[in-house]
Write a protein that binds this ligand. Structure first.
Ligand code: BG6
Length: 541
């Protein structure tokens, strides 16, 4: 989220929505420039895990998109490190094939009707493959030579590897002197999730990393923050006069933060068995959404100003207790077989694929307002959203009319797959009698703005090159988040129960009970727009 002028370009007509401008290559091999932003400084991007899924699915598509937008410097170099001997040409060819497949796949975020060979060539020319074990000194001495031979001394080390390699790679980089910023250039470390598995392991990982690098060199990724719709939460809140006055306990009844998925564990059984839905999503992605929606206005978009305000929220989250958490596991249902039948999953597994929690943020603005969080695999629909439920108005005025219910207003910030907002409010039903009907007003990004090619990593990579850490997590934020869920991860009274739910349903009944006990209900998880949110705890007079 760079501070530069980056005004959105509204589209004038519906017919040009969805069009992404692709300019021809600029001078000196620089990628063409994108309105309002300039190319990042030259740097060498070293990707550990060059053969992995993340590199193929997200990093390369993001680099391709950045190159088409003219946001990469012509002096850029990309070094891919992986175990396994292979030639650079072979790596390039494999990547190109994957990119072409994603481009042709309508379900992919990289889908495009026109794969731009020039844009790919621009990236491909800068790729170099280096074979090496992540724990061997030779790999790092080899890298050191390559880096000193590369143009410029700015280097980003991207750890696109499984988490067990985080510590050894950082240690080797540190010992090889590769994290020293003594020649005027920057050295940055990008670390993917999972950042620890609980408070102790996160503290240990932070301490280890900070033994070799300064906090300002570390860019901890939560890919939810790379989503435009998540970044827009701050814009909606702070660029409009209408929301902020009511964005507080006096007017808001509760919030629902949902990240529901229809997919299962997609061949990640081994990882998932160790992790579960709660660790995988809650103290990271869902807390990040909570942070964006609950934080106080920062004084600027400066990284520390924003991260300080978010850290205040994580700090104010009350420790979660077992009674406020529901875990579930999908069983055979309309959407297919149960979790226990997935590859690499134990036949008697108790790993949760669903987690819901009631969270309180005890500060002046939010005291007493519940934030209900839920996430799960193989649910009835794919939906990531934040629904802000306002309090109901006094009913008194309507007591002598046929109206017997007033539906509370709900503002929904829609993150995926719908991109936009929706506001549910009440109007008079036409006719002689005073009757109230709930209606919706919806805004969809595609109706106003040209769709930009975006796999979600473009801004994160670009910001890291610029040195803007706003969208990355700081050590303290990670640790306070883990601290808030410590009692759930290490419960005093034995493991939390895991309730079954049919694959393709809205989750376990116990999750409904979590809200019912407060007189509230989850928003339905029916496919988009079919959802009549008029269910939302209509208040009786
Ligand atoms: C990842 C989790 O971090 O986020 C996955 O490990 C999950 O289990 C994914 O599916 C969800 O991200 P998105 O962007 O698809 O909503």
């Amino acid at each position: 989220m760079s501070n530069e002028t980056n005004a959105a370009q509204p589209v004038n007509t519906a017919s040009n929505a969805g069009v992404t401008a692709r300019a021809a290559s600029g001078p000196a091999g620089a990628a063409p420039s994108s309105a309002g932003r300039h190319p990042a400084p030259p740097c060498t991007l070293v990707i550990f895990g060059a053969g992995g899924d993340l590199t193929k699915r997200l990093l390369m598509p993001a680099l391709y998109n950045l190159s088409t937008d003219g946001l990469l410097d012509s002096g850029m170099k990309i070094i891919g490190v992986n175990h396994g001997e292979r030639e650079t040409a072979e790596w390039r060819d494999d990547l190109k094939k994957s990119l072409q497949q994603f481009a042709a796949d309508k379900a992919s975020t990289f889908h495009t009707t026109q794969f731009d060979e020039d844009a790919w060539d621009w990236v491909a020319q800068r790729l170099q493959y280096v074979a090496g074990e992540f724990e061997s000194d030779d790999t790092f001495s080899n890298l050191k030579q390559l880096i000193s031979a590369a143009a410029g001394s700015n280097v980003i080390f991207y750890l696109a590897v499984t988490s067990r390699f985080f510590k050894p790679i950082v240690e080797h980089l540190g010992r090889a002197g590769l994290l020293k910023e003594d020649d005027g250039g920057f050295r940055r470390l990008v670390i993917e999730k999972p950042f620890g598995t609980d408070l102790a392991s996160a503290r240990d990982l932070n301490a280890h990393i900070l033994g070799y690098a300064k906090e300002s060199q570390v860019y901890r990724i939560d890919h939810f923050l790379g989503k435009d719709t998540v970044q827009s939460i701050l814009a909606v809140r702070f660029a409009n006069a209408i929301f902020e006055p009511i964005w507080r306990r006096e007017y808001i009844d509760h919030l629902q933060i949902t990240a529901a998925e229809t997919i299962g564990v997609e061949g990640r059984g081994k990882f998932y068995e160790q992790t579960g839905a709660f660790r995988d999503m809650l103290p990271n992605h869902l807390f990040q959404l909570l942070g964006m929606v609950a934080m106080e206005p920062p004084n600027s978009f400066d990284a520390e100003a924003v991260r300080d305000k978010k850290a205040d929220i994580f700090d104010a989250i009350q420790p979660l207790h077992a009674r406020d958490v529901v875990l579930g596991q999908y069983e055979k249902g309309p959407a297919g077989p149960g979790y226990r039948e997935e590859p690499d999953v134990a036949a008697d597994s108790h790993t949760e694929t669903y987690a819901a929690a009631r969270v309180f943020v005890e500060n002046w603005r939010w005291a007493g307002v519940p934030f209900y969080l839920r996430t799960g695999k193989r649910l009835a629909s794919r939906r990531t959203e934040i629904a802000v439920h306002l309090k109901t108005v006094p009913f008194r005025l309507f007591r002598d009319t046929p109206v017997d219910t007033l539906t509370p207003n709900v503002l929904t910030l829609r993150i995926d797959p719908a991109h936009g907002t929706r506001f549910d409010f009440n109007v008079k039903v036409p006719g002689p009698a005073m009757q109230i009907g709930p209606v919706q007003s919806a805004f969809d990004y595609a109706d106003f703005f040209a769709e930009r090619a975006n796999v979600g990593y473009e801004t994160l990579l670009y910001d890291c090159m610029l040195g803007d850490a706003t969208l990355f997590q700081r050590a303290d934020g990670i640790e306070t988040s883990w601290a808030a869920v410590e009692d759930v991860l290490h419960p005093q009274n034995g493991p939390l129960p895991v309730a079954g739910y049919p694959a393709g349903s809205a989750g376990p009944a116990q999750s409904d009970a979590l809200l019912a006990r407060d007189g509230r209900a989850w928003r339905p998880l029916a496919p988009d727009d079919a959802a009549s949110d008029a269910n939302t705890a209509a208040q009786k007079k």
